[in-house]
Design a protein around this ligand. Structure first.
Ligand code: ZN
Length: 462
């Protein structure tokens, strides 16, 4: 049984899908105006884990992650640079896909772009006007929050008498007020505008997600995911627009992932504590060490990132590598006896992931399996389960964790390692070290163990 914490009800609930064994989930995606930073990436790893757990539980998952390719920020940047909006956002959309693949985040079922779904937005806004939820002002069409009786239910905000409007896409709780659905063109928008059932203009940010979710997944969906900073106003506004439009419940379960802090502070370019995954790569880190760090912290807790801590995770990755590549040796030497621990560890892993995606506890089970293998490889003392069983256990767990990139050691590296082992056994240290160096220069590392060696990827901080 999968339990999830629902932001809307503020309770941990048993998850029940609308259709048996099918889940429709919408996740607020990136605004493609710049590189995504590691705080955004934490959120995207969180989406990935939810999807993988659902698949582990046998659901087929339709996962939509949108690209916001028209809003205040994208327009401002493209106009500043004098590039067409679509050309500008394509650059960062491409980078986004590269970055998430570096973290082994599964591609979403669909990645709709806001600019490709304008008609649905216009249809919704026109209907909202007809139903009296939206009104025209001098600079656009606005949603009247006082007309939507349950406004504030998601964020727990109580709305007083609000009589003003806000045109900006982003604003804070102090400004809970009527928000823009459609913004009339003005010259700072350059050549960005649409016409049709509404006057020349462009959509507000909030209507984009409602329209893409409803168009691709239907009026009511199982899950909607985002980072906590989107609860208000973005997700709150999505509920208002969608439910006022369809008269149906928009989302059954709202899931929100916590922030990432850098050395206890909010990440910002001006504080100089701003990182993209590319920055970490330039420092020599394997992006997957960051994935491991994220999984070790539950999504309800703030993750306090610092470089020294990331180095520790990179070291931990070595243990995984040794186990996975060492397992092959054990299969050849036939060192395998039954150990019931492994089955118990798989069950506790399953319990953890189904307990509101508790990846920290799941990793504890995973690393217990890793240390059973490494104990055997390093000391030869610990009895091991049947090769097939332990391999299956690791693969099962990794279908959720997504940590193993399944790299193969190239044949020439294996050959060099063999030659080196021969030199080593003959105590020809000079030649042995030369080969070790060559192997390292090719990106691999030989780990000498009691009576054998393992070849793994060379990680800078491991
Ligand atoms: Zn959104």
């Amino acid at each position: 049984m999968l339990k999830v914490y629902n932001t809307l009800t503020r309770k941990t609930e048993e998850f029940k899908s609308i259709e048996p064994k099918k889940v429709k989930m919408y996740c607020c995606g990136p605004t493609v105006y710049d590189f995504v930073h590691i705080g955004n990436l934490r959120t995207f790893i969180f989406y990935d884990i939810i999807r993988r757990v659902l698949e582990y539980d046998g659901y087929s998952v339709e996962q939509v992650i949108n690209l916001t390719d028209v809003d205040d920020k994208t327009i401002k940047k493209s106009v500043e640079l004098g590039i067409k909006l679509s050309e500008y956002t394509k650059i960062y959309a491409d980078y986004f896909f590269e970055d998430i693949s570096k973290l082994n985040i599964k591609p979403a079922t669909k990645n709709p772009r806001a600019t490709e779904n304008i008609e649905k937005m216009q249809e919704m806004i026109s209907t909202l006007k007809e139903k009296g939820y939206a009104y025209e002002a001098e600079d656009g069409v606005y949603f009247s929050i006082s007309k939507f009786k349950t406004y504030g239910a998601l964020s727990g905000l109580s709305i007083g008498g609000t009589a003003y409007r806000i045109k900006n896409d982003e604003y804070d709780k102090e400004n809970a007020t009527d928000f823009a659905l459609w913004k009339l063109w003005d010259k700072k928008d350059g050549d960005v505008y649409w016409e049709g059932t509404l006057p020349k203009g462009r959509p507000g940010w909030h209507i984009e997600c409602s329209a893409m979710s409803m168009k691709l997944l239907g009026d009511t969906i199982d899950m909607h995911c985002a980072a906590v900073d989107l609860i208000f106003p973005h997700n709150e506004n999505e509920i208002a627009q969608s439910e006022a439009f369809s008269d149906k419940k928009f989302v059954n379960y709202w899931l929100h992932g916590e922030h990432l802090l850098v050395e206890g502070k909010k990440m910002s370019k001006s504080l100089g504590n701003f990182y993209t995954i590319r920055d970490l790569e330039k420092m020599g880190f394997d992006p997957m060490s960051f994935r491991l760090m994220v999984l070790d912290n539950n999504y309800h807790t703030k993750l306090n990132f610092y470089i020294e801590l990331l180095k520790k995770y990179e070291k931990t990755f070595n243990d995984i590598d040794i186990a996975v590549h060492g397992l092959e040796i054990l299969s050849r030497t036939g060192e395998a006896v039954v150990n019931n621990d492994i089955y118990a560890l798989v069950s506790s892993f399953e319990e953890s992931i189904n307990n509101d995606f508790d990846t920290h506890a799941a990793l504890v089970s995973f690393f217990s399996v890793i240390s059973i293998i490494n104990g055997r490889i390093k000391t030869g003392n610990i009895p091991l389960v049947l090769y097939k069983d332990i391999k299956e256990a690791i693969e099962k767990m990794d279908s959720v964790l997504g940590l193993l990139d399944g790299y193969e050691i190239p044949a020439d590296i294996k050959e060099k390692a063999k030659e080196r082992e021969a030199f080593r056994l003959n105590k020809n240290w000079v030649e042995a070290d030369k080969l070790r160096e060559q192997i390292k220069n090719n990106g691999y590392r030989i780990v000498d163990l009691k009576d054998r060696y393992v070849i793994i990827k060379d990680r800078k901080y491991a």
